[in-house]
Ligand binder design. Structure first.
Ligand code: HGA
Length: 615
């Protein structure tokens, strides 16, 4: 969500901060701000809107923003409207603070500070942090100690960057529930919410743990946990996997749609050889996987839809029961988790606050003995994320950096990784027939070709999308494994085109949504040639009879052709199990082109953020 960047160096750091913010803009983009210490003063600029507005303002006054230490922020408002006075950094006297997360008890703290004579210029929870540090500093005269003193008073999950005019060689940072990484340079160091922000200046990173407070200087980094110095390893990243350039594409989302054949093939290649799973795939975890009796998937948004597909796969291929739940519900409802459950957490960023909390809740209950034999596994696009560090087993999605807020390649690579997991559990437990396994593996080798051919549908779907431009609402229908893809299609369309959309299991149509169908309601149908096709055709007839306009993505051999009020686009025919991956491409193209036609901000849709690090 909000993005933090900070830098301390011998050179002028304002451009490092601004470039970092641009790279973090996917996290939040309602306002942005920056402060540098120069000539014993805080120089601050804050602007509402995109980071570019801040860049322009700073460039207009470049001399004033030359400094060797500074912090910057791109905001996704939680407390107080997006407005200049609410934008970060927040200042109290000589202290400036940037903050990602929520201070849940900010109200009583604010009341206490007002009584002490502090005045507030924003509605944010963040401003209390600045005042608390300023107040504590009066006694400690030591910035690190002041921060250490006030952090235990803050409830919630957050990350902070703090500077003080009288300490121009100290950048303090805190990680307590929100992501924060330190970028390690030579004679200069940096902080950021995501390493992506710092790739232009370093590829060496120190990942803080929850509760860590760090004192970052130009040539040293000291980390403290519970007041005691601790060591945190430095990891060197291979920068070629972190290319966040749009290249020739108009939007990141389009580029990322086009990257899927390679990304999916790369992810599958981790686990398969010619006709079987690779012997070394998850080899060190076979004992844990062999005892699993139930799978519990925890995820949010698009990842939740990937989990729903996996439920179909797990139950039909391995006969193991699989439950899927949105993490924000699971974490609070005291759910039953049976013994020997494999908890599978799905998240693109690995920092999704709800998913992390749901995982931690299961771990707390396992530790107390309430759940026995539980194993945790993450499927994630960021190998260094909290989710990966906090789970026992990790399957990476090799999608590369995904910048578009609407997830595409992270979703299809999650599906690829989930299918590898299903096959592995099935094989270890002798629950999957070896012929079935080898036939799916053989089809997996063909998948890149099917996905490449699906990309060729780009223009025909662009043509079709004109018919959605002026619509108010859309239904997406699918059955079986295509039901979650229908949900995903509806989510994509509403996220980026702002057209209301609903995904339905086609069999449910007559139980309610059929009442919505008329000539103005486009109905998108996912119709691969599978065991449900005849049933689906009957559902399409129900729509047609009520003058609904059908837009059907169907297999080449489905015997469905365009007709009156029925537009058919043929999708390459692929085995039923892998069809959800292939059918993801047309629904992504559809939402992309409708959004472009409606002139929305495709990569950064309003009110949303890429990495949802607040609950
Ligand atoms: N609560 C702060 C920070 C918001 C945030 O981290 N969003 O992701 C604010 O509203 O400014």
């Amino acid at each position: 969500m909000c993005g933090i960047v900070g830098a301390i160096a011998e050179r002028n750091i304002s451009n490092v901060l601004l470039e970092g913010l641009k790279r973090l803009e996917y996290r939040g983009y309602d306002s942005a701000g920056l402060t540098v210490i120069r000539d014993g003063q805080l120089h601050r600029e804050r602007q509402v809107g995109k980071v570019q507005a801040l860049v322009d303002a700073v460039n207009n006054d470049a001399e004033n923003f030359k400094g060797n230490i500074g912090i910057a922020h791109t905001r996704w408002a939680t407390h107080g409207e997006p407005a200049q006075h609410n934008a970060h950094p927040h200042v109290s006297g000589k202290v400036a603070v940037v903050h990602n997360g929520i201070v849940e008890n900010y109200k009583p703290l604010k009341d206490e500070l007002i009584k002490k004579g502090y005045t507030f210029t924003s509605q944010t929870d963040t401003e209390v942090v600045a005042h608390l540090i300023a107040e504590a500093y009066k006694d400690t005269k030591d910035l690190l100690k002041a921060v250490e003193l006030i952090v235990p008073r803050l409830h919630g999950a957050f990350a902070l960057g703090v500077v003080h005019v009288d300490n121009p060689d100290e950048l303090i940072t805190v990680r307590l529930g929100s992501p924060l990484v330190i970028g390690v340079g030579i004679g200069e160091n940096f902080i950021a919410s995501d390493q992506l922000a710092l790739l232009p200046v370093t590829n060496r990173f120190m990942y803080l743990e929850e509760g860590d407070i760090a004192m970052v200087k130009r040539d040293s980094i000291e980390v403290f946990a519970d007041g005691q110095p601790v060591e945190r390893a430095i990891t060197e990243l291979d920068a070629k996997h972190h290319n966040a350039d749009k290249g020739e594409f108009k939007h990141y989302m389009l580029k990322e749609i086009y990257e899927q054949p390679d990304a999916v093939a790369r992810t599958l290649a981790m686990g398969i050889d010619a006709t079987d799973l690779k012997a070394d795939f998850l080899a060190s975890h076979e004992a844990e996987l062999a005892k699993v009796k139930h799978i519990q998937v925890l995820a949010c948004g698009t990842s939740y839809h990937a989990g729903m597909v996996a439920k179909y796969w797990f139950e039909s291929l391995t006969k193991l029961p699989c439950s899927v739940e949105v993490a924000s519900e699971f974490r609070y409802r005291n759910p039953v988790v049976v013994d020997d459950t494999l908890v599978v957490c799905l998240s693109q960023s690995g920092e999704t606050a709800d998913t992390l909390s749901a995982l931690r809740e299961t771990q707390r209950r396992a530790k107390s003995g309430e759940i026995k034999g539980m194993t945790t596994l993450s499927i994630c696009n960021v190998a260094t994320s909290s989710l990966v560090r906090e789970t026992e087993i990790f399957i990476p999605t090799l999608a590369g950096v995904e910048v578009g807020v609407a997830s595409t390649k992270a979703f299809t690579t999650q599906l690829a990784a989930l299918m590898l997991l299903v096959l592995k559990v099935g094989k270890v437990q002798h629950r999957i027939d070896s012929d079935v396994l080898s036939s799916i593996v053989t089809d997996m080798h063909q998948l890149k070709g099917y996905l490449d051919r699906s990309l060729a549908l780009d223009q025909s779907i662009a043509n079709l999308s004109q018919m959605f431009e002026a619509k108010k609402s859309t239904l997406f229908l699918g059955r079986g494994m295509q039901f979650p893809i229908a949900l995903e299609g509806a989510l994509k369309l509403k996220e980026i085109s702002y057209i209301h959309a609903e995904g339905y299991a086609a069999g449910e149509l007559k139980h309610g949504p059929l009442a919505l169908v008329d000539k103005d309601m486009p109905i998108v149908v996912l119709a691969p040639r599978d065991s449900m096709l005849d049933k689906l055709k009957a559902n399409m007839q129900e729509v047609h009879a009520r003058h609904g306009e059908l837009f059907v993505f169907a297999s080449e051999n489905s015997e469905l052709e365009s007709d009156e009020r029925m537009h058919v686009i043929h999708v390459p025919e692929v085995c039923e199990y892998l069809a959800p991956i292939v059918y993801s491409i047309p629904i992504q193209f559809l939402s992309y082109h409708v959004a472009v036609m409606r002139g929305t901000d495709v990569d950064q849709p309003r009110n949303l953020a890429k990495s949802v690090t607040v609950e």
